[in-house]
Design a protein around this ligand. Sequence first.
Ligand SMILES: Nc1ncnc2c1ncn2[C@@H]1O[C@H](COP(=O)(O)OP(=O)(O)OP(=O)(O)O)[C@@H](O)[C@H]1O
Length: 267
Amino acid sequence: MAVLSPTETALKPLLQVKGLTKRYGPSTAVSHCSFGVDEGKTVVIVGPSGSGKTTLLRCINYLEIPDAGQVILKGEVIGQRQIHKQGQAWKPISERALARQRQRIGFVFQRFNLFAHLSALDNVAVGPHRVLGLSRSAAQDLAARQLERVFLKEHSHKRPHQLSGGQQQRVAIARCLAMSPDLMLFDEPTSALDPELVTEVLEVMRELARDGMTMVVVSHEMGFARQVAQQVIFMDEGSIVEQGEPDAIFDRPQEPRTQQFLSKVLV
Ligand SMILES: Nc1ncnc2c1ncn2[C@@H]1O[C@H](COP(=O)(O)OP(=O)(O)OP(=O)(O)O)[C@@H](O)[C@H]1O
């Protein structure tokens, strides 16, 4: 079973999210969310617009600092709610631990976020060169291998504006892979793409799943979720309403809110 309740921690999933909460002023975007992902498994998060999917994902690699809860990657807790002079707040145990954890988690954005002035090859090589300290030529060799993995070998010299959206997203995936992440997070990776470009990105993600990458994917692609995910999480109003195997969630949802959402999207 890929997704575990917090009480099943004995099985030690690669990622454990416990009680994660994020507020913006008076409104709560993510409320006490807990789940786990075993190594090599894929979890897909679905739910209506504004239900907190992106915020949950961004809290997992600290693009957003949570107000409460824990993210445990490979057993390492890197931050928790602490009491200090001004009151209580979530704090990393150390900035170094926070940086190390961020480096171990790849994040693929909806809108690619590539450097416009760099070639595809250099977009992928810049992280291994600047962050991992590889020489320029070693970083470029690594980048070339990752571009080959996403079927873009012959496009490596092109800049983002010379590539289709699907190709740009595959460069963004190669850029993550070049950092050898333990976990990859995808935030609606195909929603900015024209329909004919969606398939090529999903195919690369299927390959990654087959290769044993551990992934958490926010997506509206229900067919992909059914084929690739071991677990589906349904979120609404900041909370995890229901989670389970794809066939159970899609064919036999238990919660009325899940049923209502699926009746709209699975037409
Ligand atoms: N930076 C922010 N400041 C204030 N409120 C925010 C911020 N980011 C998100 N929110 C609010 O938090 C809630 C959850 O937003 P989030 O983007 O996580 O939902 P989502 O499920 O990913 O939506 P969508 O499917 O439309 O992308 C929403 O009410 C949103 O308005």
